[in-house]
Design a protein around this ligand. Structure first.
Ligand SMILES: NC(=O)c1ccc[n+]([C@@H]2O[C@H](COP(=O)([O-])OP(=O)(O)OC[C@H]3O[C@@H](n4cnc5c(N)ncnc54)[C@H](OP(=O)(O)O)[C@@H]3O)[C@@H](O)[C@H]2O)c1
Length: 330
């Protein structure tokens, strides 16, 4: 395993593995025994950065909590302590079972942030959450209220680092500006959807009529380049299996890849994978980890074999020529 530091303050910053493990389906679609086996394998391989959310997996018809509860049981049964960082999220829990974050989200008021963080700590069995993200934007709450509420949890020691997910870049910068001006800790870790295929981020969707705030766009990339102390965690880097399952990639869920650049990018990926003696998924992960603006891929897995394939990507070093070929395509 390889490691990098997230956060800048020595009191809250820490080292984590360059590959993060997502647990979105653990305790629901992925049963407990399989989830535990995947978590055990990840820890055994030196993985130290696990991702969950207070609202996983609300889409089964609940308000979520299943993933955090499973992680709590795993942590207790294995005696896991500070050596493994757990990141969780607040803001996108539906207020009633059977609803969603798009129509009925808890949001980012001071009260919700406090209550949801407390619920997450209980479920996970952690006195301090290593990293707490604002999961989605809440335009109805003044940004200053959200910023102060997150900072209060850091001051109390119940949260380590702060992060932000799926926000327009200008909203992230504005929140960080407010925090800095008030001498408060701000967001240091960003979590967005990102992979090798270029998405059409201009397509309106359920999150915004203006495009896709959840994707790494040019705005987000240039922000990271200018602020190298920020960390980008890239979720769904394997396109939920889309690189190895064309039907999945062709599905409505991935409409943003339905454009003329995609076939060229896929062809380059397959060529480089062949050259490197690696799988397509591994090339994508290595490309992200070793990029000029390096990212921490946040992978999912529904079997130990899938995780093993992703873990092996940590040791795959792409040559400069392979990287140029990948970057130039599409
Ligand atoms: N911040 C956010 O809003 C947000 C949104 C989404 C996700 N996330 C986080 O990101 C994590 C990962 O998301 P994700 O599951 O979409 O990531 P992903 O890594 O793109 O997809 C993982 C899925 O890809 C398939 N897969 C993985 N390895 C494979 C292989 N070798 N061969 C074939 N298929 C393979 C599996 O699907 P099958 O199970 O179908 O085989 C697996 O469940 C989540 O658990 C969550 O923590 C965050």
């Amino acid at each position: 395993m390889k490691y990098r530091t997230i956060g800048t303050d020595p009191k809250t910053g820490r080292e984590v593995s360059v590959l993060s493990l997502g647990t979105m389906h653990f305790g629901t679609a992925t049963d407990e025994a399989t989830s535990f086996a995947i978590l055990d394998r990840y820890a055994q391989a030196g993985g130290t950065f696990i991702d969950t959310s207070g609202n996983y997996a609300f889409w089964v018809g609940t308000q979520g909590g299943e993933s955090e509860e499973l992680l709590g049981r795993w942590r207790r049964s294995r005696g896991v302590g500070d050596e493994i960082a757990v990141a969780t999220k607040v803001g996108a829990r539906p207020l009633a079972p059977g609803t969603s974050f798009t129509d009925n989200a808890e949001g980012l008021s001071a009260r919700v942030i406090r209550e949801s963080a407390e619920r997450s700590r209980d479920r996970l069995g952690m006195s301090r959450l290593d990293l707490l993200y604002a999961h989605i934007e809440d335009p109805a709450v003044p940004l200053g209220e959200t910023v102060e509420a997150f900072a209060a949890l850091v001051a109390e020691g119940t949260v380590g680092l702060l992060g932000v997910s799926n926000h327009w870049a200008w909203r992230v910068e504005r929140a960080r500006g407010l925090a800095a001006a008030a001498g408060l800790p701000g967001y240091e870790v960003l979590q967005y959807q990102h992979s090798y295929l270029r998405p059409r981020t201009d397509l309106p969707g359920s999150r915004s009529p203006d495009g896709m705030p959840n994707m790494v766009s040019g705005d987000v990339l240039s922000y990271l380049r200018a602020e190298p102390q920020l960390t980008m965690v890239a979720y769904s880097p394997l396109l939920k299996g889309g690189y190895v399952n064309q039907d999945r990639l062709d599905g409505a869920e991935f409409a943003e890849f339905d454009h003329p650049g995609t076939p060229a990018r896929l062809a380059a990926l397959r060529e480089v994978a062949k050259d490197a003696g690696a799988t397509v998924n591994q090339v994508v992960l290595a490309w992200l980890i070793g990029a000029e603006v390096p990212m921490i891929p946040l992978v999912g897995a529904s079997s130990v074999a899938q995780l093993d394939e992703s873990l092996a990507a940590v040791d795959l070093e792409l040559t400069a020529e392979q990287r140029t070929r990948l970057d130039a395509a599409g």
